[in-house]
Design a protein around this ligand. Structure first.
Ligand code: GDP
Ligand code: MG
Length: 442
């Protein structure tokens, strides 16, 4: 795959902004990679569209081909799509104890094993008192299986009562859980080989009886194209709160993760990484993304290139700082750095003795919306004006305002801001000296 991609990307060896053709060409291969990873077709289509919108017009980083740049963008969008914020990715235990957690999914997807894994995790990491209960009354050994798993996890399991039906078991589990002072009750349900109405109805009844804080859809990572239907069905009929992907230790590239996340909008919360009970891991979007895409080397290459450019720029800036010089050209490159890196406070925050100047920097009032205008202003100035902003008198301001589509007020503001920054730079020079400064910048 990498070779084939390499071939296409060589053709795209142009510099500058990514054109629509660059992106389309690279995306043809990305599409194949996603399909090979078993991402469902409709999800691939949406995803490709989203990436195209993002990628066209983006600047290609020095020493990287446009194709590689597209791959990096694909990776970023993939990580964003897969990822959820921290709170969303946690197992939600904020409910009255005992907190019910419902495990749902097809037969053989790993529900019972994951119930044991989750019990172990909650017991050891969160110091919770956990009970598990099997609602799988259809397969003869299923309830016994959970009992064995619970023993391994050193948590209690609800005593088995032969002939009892799932909803009754769930209710009994909750009342025993309350009586016994348990923090969490994990309810392991039965699965079918295929989604059917009976299964859905039964799970819905259990849901209504216990009102789970979490309903986790447990899915084998190998599920492939069926992931979309499965996730949609369970989400519509039962309402899931999160996804557990199992057998991630196998060969599957994990495209199901993207399919299910895209279709349900629900976070992937845990990954099953083996048969043993401690083989359960938190979800990391970046890891699964690189597994799905299978182009981790390209992604890290682009990241390294971007880092080295930032380091280069930072070094140049450090050299200027040491001289105590800071003209409009420096400000322009500073503004571009900010656009790339996000935040001047972050850059200046790395420097020594900056605490006292924090106010001044904040007064400089740097925000993203302004930056584009400021860039336009500086670009409309002549080389002389940039090198010596003191030249900027009224008539020049008017000319630059007209040229940049801004106002004289905005130019005044920029000049003032430049002056403040230049002052900071001068103070830095006095304080820092060569050693301190280079230490802080590297
Ligand atoms: P259930 O029918 O959904 O309850 O599935 P089980 O929990 O009984 O699991 C079915 C099989 O998959 C068992 O042999 C498990 O050991 C195995 N299994 C479950 N999770 C994982 C996993 O993350 N990795 C691997 N390799 N095997 C798993
Ligand atoms: Mg089971």
């Amino acid at each position: 795959l990498s070779n084939r991609l390499g071939g296409v990307f060589d053709k795209l060896r142009k510099r500058g902004a990514l054109s629509e053709d660059d992106v389309s060409e690279a995306m043809r291969e990305v599409r194949v990679a996603l399909l090979e990873a078993d991402v469902a077709l409709p999800v691939v289509k949406d995803f490709v569209k989203k990436v195209k919108e993002r990628a066209v017009g983006q600047e290609v980083i020095k020493s990287v081909t446009p194709g590689q740049m597209v791959v990096k963008i694909v990776n970023d969008v993939l990580v964003e799509t897969l990822g959820a914020d921290d709170e969303e990715s946690q197992i939600n235990l904020r409910a009255e104890a005992p907190v019910p957690i419902l495990m749902v999914g097809l037969q053989g997807s790993g529900k019972t094993t994951t119930s044991g894994k989750l019990a172990l995790r909650l017991r050891t990491r969160e110091r919770k008192k956990v009970m598990v209960a099997s609602l799988d009354v259809y397969r003869p050994a299923a309830q016994k299986q959970l009992e064995v798993v619970a023993g391994q996890a050193e948590v209690d399991s609800l005593p088995i009562v032969m002939g009892e039906m799932p909803v009754a078991i769930a209710k009994r589990a909750m009342s025993e859980g309350r009586k016994g002072g348990y923090d969490v009750v994990i309810l392991d349900t039965a699965g079918r080989l295929h989604i059917d109405q009976e299964l859905m109805d039964e799970v819905a009844q259990v849901r209504d009886a216990v009102k789970p804080a979490e309903t986790l859809l447990v899915t084998d990572a190998m599920i492939g194209q069926d992931a979309v239907n499965l996730a949609r069905e369970f989400n519509e009929k039962i309402g899931i709160s999160g996804i557990v992907l199992t057998r991630v230790d196998g060969d599957a590239r994990g495209g199901a993760a993207l399919s299910m996340r895209a279709v349900t909008g629900k976070p992937i919360k845990l990954l099953g990484m083996g048969e043993k009970l401690d083989q359960l891991e938190g979800f990391h979007a970046d890891r699964i993304a690189s597994r799905i895409l299978g182009m981790g080397d390209v992604v890290s290459l682009v990241e390294k290139a971007a880092e080295s450019i930032e380091a280069e720029e930072a070094e140049k800036m450090a050299a200027k700082l040491m001289e105590g010089k800071f003209d409009m050209n420096d400000m322009l490159s500073q503004l571009r750095q900010i656009q790339k890196m996000g935040d001047i406070k972050g850059i200046l925050g790395m420097m020594p003795g900056i605490g006292k100047m924090q106010k001044q920097i904040e007064n400089a009032n740097i925000d993203d919306k302004m930056i584009k205008h400021q860039e336009a202003i500086i670009l409309s100035m002549t080389a002389k004006e940039r090198a010596n902003p003191a030249l900027m008198k009224a008539s020049r301001k008017k000319r630059v305002a007209a040229g940049s589509g801004t106002t004289v007020q905005e130019i005044n503001k920029l000049l003032k801001q430049h002056q403040q920054m230049a002052d900071v730079m001068k103070k830095m020079k006095k304080m820092g000296g060569k050693k301190g400064l280079m230490g802080a910048m590297s």
